[in-house]
Design a protein around this ligand. Structure first.
Ligand code: TRP
Length: 334
């Protein structure tokens, strides 16, 4: 039996952080054996917010190299840059004619983002979920690993697919959400009730995958905790959200259970605990950073990987797009 197809995307805006790693990217790596994985660095999505060209270019390469350094194996997994494949923009246009204005108006991420960017509420910000639907449907993905913030977009992708299939005939696979069993929900180090976010203005809130060892440890030393002194996990207790966060980070990077971690730190102070978590995270980052440095320095190799992935993605997505165009009634030539 053939493997199920997984599709996911990551925006090349800012360096991925510990929360992206433990919450999503670690699973991207783990899923590679069981599934046919297709991952995209979604630069077309990134321009819904204004990007500085040199920075976008650098961050796209950086994100690509980080994914490889984390263990995405480009021999078996398709890892491509979205703008290298024009079919995404083409199918997005087509699907926009099968998406209602009202449906897009209900997207909570659009409402949030437009409230935060009043000076640039562009049409792309509004039609963003259609591009996401195109990403997924072009590859006939069965499963899409998504966090809570992307669930609504995935439901819309399904609705669009169903509508198209009903209007013509079976064309798109209906994608299901894939909820990983063991993803850690990493919170901000400075406001541990909020999730760790790329766009947080406070640089101490998140640890980037490329932060130096000293930086990582310094940020953990300053992590917000509480005024007790006990290192125990107390699920759902807002007062303890700082300690809960640190314990789950430690557990995720060390591979130990939460109760083993509690045992290890029983009777110890918060100060020592925070340093130990920082060191464990820095230890986990070290081999990734070494591999990243090697890859990013090898421009020819990295570009070669991007090119062959682009070509492969074009072949797969081209099949779907041709089918779509034919069904719609666009004239084909050989
Ligand atoms: N919108 C997603 C995010 O911001 C990224 C993304 C783009 C994506 N296309 C996708 C995720 C397709 C899953 C499937 O995180």
């Amino acid at each position: 039996m053939s493997k199920k197809i997984i599709f996911s995307g990551i925006q090349p805006t800012n360096t991925p952080h510990l929360g992206n790693y433990l919450g999503a990217l670690k699973n991207w790596v783990n899923m590679q054996d069981e599934y046919d994985c297709i991952y995209s660095v979604v630069d077309l999505h990134a321009i819904t917010l204004r990007q500085e060209p040199a920075k976008l270019r650098a961050q796209t390469k950086e994100t690509y190299a980080i994914l490889m350094a984390l263990g995405i194996d480009v021999e078996k997994t398709l890892l491509f840059v979205q703008s290298h494949n024009q079919h995404h923009a083409e199918l997005a246009w087509t699907l926009s004619c099968y998406t209602q204005f009202g449906e897009l108006s209900r997207m909570t991420q659009f409402k949030d983002k437009s409230a935060k960017n009043e000076e640039n509420i562009n049409a792309g910000l509004f039609t963003y979920p259609i591009l996401q639907a195109a990403d997924i449907l072009l590859y006939q993905a069965d499963l899409v690993p998504v966090g809570a913030d992307q669930k609504q977009h995935l439901e819309l992708s399904r609705d669009i697919a169903v509508r198209f299939n009903n209007a013509y005939s079976e064309t798109f696979t209906l994608p299901e959400p894939y909820i990983p069993t063991s993803a850690a929900k990493v919170k901000s180090l400075t406001e541990p009730t909020k999730k760790m976010s790329k766009s947080d203005e406070n640089p101490g809130a998140s640890v980037g995958l490329l932060d130096s060892r000293d930086e990582v440890i310094r940020k953990f030393k300053r992590a917000v905790t509480d005024s007790d002194a006990e290192i125990v996990f107390d699920e759902g207790n807002v007062e303890k959200s700082g300690i809960n966060n640190l314990l789950s980070i430690y557990s995720a990077v060390s591979g130990k259970s939460i109760s083993d971690c509690e045992g290890e730190f029983a009777g110890k102070g918060y100060g020592d605990f925070k340093i130990a978590v920082g060191e464990a995270v820095a230890d986990a980052f070290a081999p990734i950073q070494t591999e990243y440095e090697r890859l990013i320095a090898d421009k020819a190799y990295l570009e070669g990987c991007m090119k062959s992935a682009a070509e492969k993605s074009l072949r797969i997505s081209g099949k779907t797009l041709r089918k779509v165009y034919k069904k719609i009634g666009f004239v084909q030539y050989q």
